[in-house]
Design a protein around this ligand. Structure first.
Ligand SMILES: Cc1cc2nc3c(=O)[nH]c(=O)nc-3n(C[C@H](O)[C@H](O)[C@H](O)COP(=O)(O)O)c2cc1C
Length: 198
């Protein structure tokens, strides 16, 4: 990692390797402020993550989970991320279950704050977060609300400010591959937000 660069962490949450979400995250990976950022992309399908046991180990061990698996790498990235982007479909109006497993393992981060009175992440002054959601159905009320509530709570625990939630409805009818302009706007806006930090 180059230390003068901003650390951008992208977490891709679709259960499909080559769906709409991965199309968007590829664009992000290639087009986010390429000079000034270290970009790390995590794909939920390639991570081996156990469920949270609710064992309370993290309530007595600051910043540490009893389970040693691929979450160790995720924690390390969260700790140093200036920018976090969750990109995922909605499944039943919320995040996919594999992604929810990752999120639940962030209970340790919540415990850092409430039991240890300490911030888990080091980037507490300017850390910013984004959500990118895709949904198969045409837009309907609250289609993306569940994902937003869940991920915003995670961001709050991380002391990361949710800057914007971008939503792509109707992927059943029109795949995001056919929506270059929409994706381009998202990427350029995220780049503007990134330019403003630090
Ligand atoms: C289990 C499951 C639940 C889904 N639930 C919803 C839903 O509640 N609302 C919606 O608009 N689309 C829903 N979809 C459709 C997906 O959001 C849509 O197919 C999306 O494009 C999948 O993302 P991907 O292309 O990145 O894999 C669901 C799909 C699956 C597999």
């Amino acid at each position: 990692l180059e230390i003068n660069k901003k650390n951008v962490m992208i977490i891709e949450g679709s259960h499909r390797i080559k769906g709409n979400t991965s199309y968007i995250t590829k664009k992000l990976k290639n087009q986010i402020n390429t000079e000034g950022c270290n970009i790390k992309l995590f794909n939920i399908n390639r991570l081996n993550i156990e469920h949270c046991l609710d064992c309370s180990y993290c309530s007595t061990h600051f910043g540490s989970c009893v389970i040693k698996d691929d979450m160790q790498g995720v924690y390390a990235s969260l700790l140093n991320a200036d920018v976090i982007i969750f990109a995922a479909p909605v499944y039943f109006n919320n995040v996919p279950s594999k992604l929810k497993v990752l999120i639940d393992r962030c209970q340790m981060i919540y415990m850092s704050k409430i039991k240890h009175q300490d911030e888990f992440n080091q980037i507490i002054h300017h850390g910013i977060g984004f959500i990118i959601s895709v949904g198969g159905a045409k837009a309907y009320p609250n289609q993306f609300l569940g994902s937003e509530l869940t991920l915003d709570l995670l961001y709050k625990n991380l002391s990361v400010k949710l800057k914007k939630h971008y939503c792509f409805s109707g992927t059943d009818d029109i795949k995001v591959e056919k929506r270059e302009e929409e994706i381009g706007l998202v990427v350029s806006e995220i780049n503007q937000f990134i330019d403003q930090i630090r």
